[in-house]
Design a protein around this ligand. Structure first.
Ligand code: BEZ
Ligand code: FE
Length: 229
């Protein structure tokens, strides 16, 4: 089942909790301060070299409006912003915030012919106050690919394949340990029952209604705290 768009071995590790277990052990060994943002698994859908975009721009690329989920999805857009800080609270200028999330049909762009290349992906560089800012969709839960051996194993174990709605992040800056993590929408039913065991309480966030912004219905504010190398 594995090819350049799908890694079935990693999926198997994920549903058995292996990737989350390795993340849990490693993050505890590496963390030097309790204020550091917890890490979470990378997952199999990261792509290098997402477009480097100016702060305040959108990772939602134009799609054919006949794609069934497109109009409703764009209406559920969110402004995501915050700062990247050191564990002593200083802003980190020039940090790279690399983000990606799935489409409302549950597919990442490399899984889906209907989506443009690099849709729902982008990299943003923090300003002098350590601030990043972008527009995205409010993420929804999706099933991990379950049409192969991992899916068969899930069925045998009487388990579902869903992950709670989340946005993936890799936050990096010179002199600091790179943080791979995810933020989980607290409205999501699967936040307490993730098929790959990756949710940590500190990573569950609240999207609040945003007024007066024609580009977003929701606001998510989140500061990332990086540990020094
Ligand atoms: C993900 O979050 O993209 C993911 C993680 C583990 C397995 C499948 C997908
Ligand atoms: Fe994901």
């Amino acid at each position: 089942m594995s090819n350049d768009r799908r890694n079935e071995t990693q999926l198997l590790c994920d549903i058995l909790g292996l990737e989350s277990l390795v993340d849990d052990i490693t993050s505890k060994l590496l963390a030097s301060s309790a204020s550091e943002t917890p890490s979470a698994i990378l997952g199999p859908f990261y792509r290098h070299n997402a477009p480097l975009l100016p702060n305040g721009s959108s990772i939602i690329q134009d799609l054919d409006p006949s794609v069934p989920w497109y109009t409703q999805a764009v209406a559920d857009s969110a402004h995501v912003t915050g700062r990247v800080l050191s564990s002593s609270g200083e802003p980190i200028q020039g940090a790279i915030v690399d983000v990606w999330h799935a489409a409302p049909n549950g597919l990442y762009e490399q899984q889906d012919e209907a989506q443009p290349d690099m849709n729902f992906r982008g990299r943003f560089m923090t300003d002098a106050e350590g601030r990043y800012s972008f527009y995205a969709l409010r993420p929804v839960s999706y099933p991990i690919p379950d049409d192969g051996p991992s899916g068969r194993l899930l069925k045998l174990l009487d388990r579902h394949p869903y992950r709670p709605g989340h946005i993936h992040f890799i936050v990096s800056a010179p002199g600091f340990r790179t943080l791979t993590t995810q933020l989980y929408d607290d409205r999501d039913h699967y936040v307490t029952n993730d098929a790959v065991f990756a949710v940590k309480d500190e990573l569950i966030v609240k999207f609040v209604p945003k007024e007066g912004d024609p580009k977003a219905l929701w606001l998510l504010e989140y500061d990332f705290v990086l540990g020094r190398k």
